[in-house]
Design a protein around this ligand. Structure first.
Ligand SMILES: [Zn+2]
Length: 138
């Protein structure tokens, strides 16, 4: 269920891919596409390669809602390209976004831990060398 209503896959159709050099084509050069039906204007124009429905439907729904003639709610704001590169609730689910955020935090923490650990090892190494040198010179 999307934020913009219940968009359902109403049918699928085998088509020649939009991209001429699509690597995901089947042996016959065709791909399966899914049609999502808009619950507001009831037009089945949202076409996504079936393989990518889960990934692309949110972006596709947003795109349709921006121009849907029957939609009366708040329309999505078009974002600039730089912002689009950042994972957002538009392309992935909130849970996935939070998991990603968590991962990034953990990686930062790990990097800090490794850095401090290396620093400590270097310091203790110097101390050892200095103390052993002191011992032999005696
Ligand atoms: Zn619509």
């Amino acid at each position: 269920m999307s934020k913009y209503g219940d968009f359902k896959v109403v049918r699928t159709e085998r088509r020649v891919p939009k991209k001429a050099t699509d690597p995901n084509v089947d042996f016959d050069g065709m791909r399966e596409y899914s049609f999502l039906k808009c619950p507001h204007c009831h037009i089945e124009t949202i076409l996504i390669a079936s393989l990518n429905v889960q990934i692309q439907q949110h972006a596709a729904i947003r795109e349709h809602i921006a121009t849907c003639p029957a939609y009366t709610g708040e329309r999505p704001v078009k974002r600039c390209k730089a912002v689009k590169l950042v994972p957002s609730e538009a392309t992935i689910s909130k849970e996935m976004f939070q998991a990603l955020e968590q991962k990034i935090k953990e990686q930062d923490l790990l990097r800090t831990l490794v850095a401090t650990h290396l620093q400590r090892r270097q310091t203790s190494f110097h101390l050892k060398r200095n103390s052993s040198r002191a011992a032999t010179s005696r």
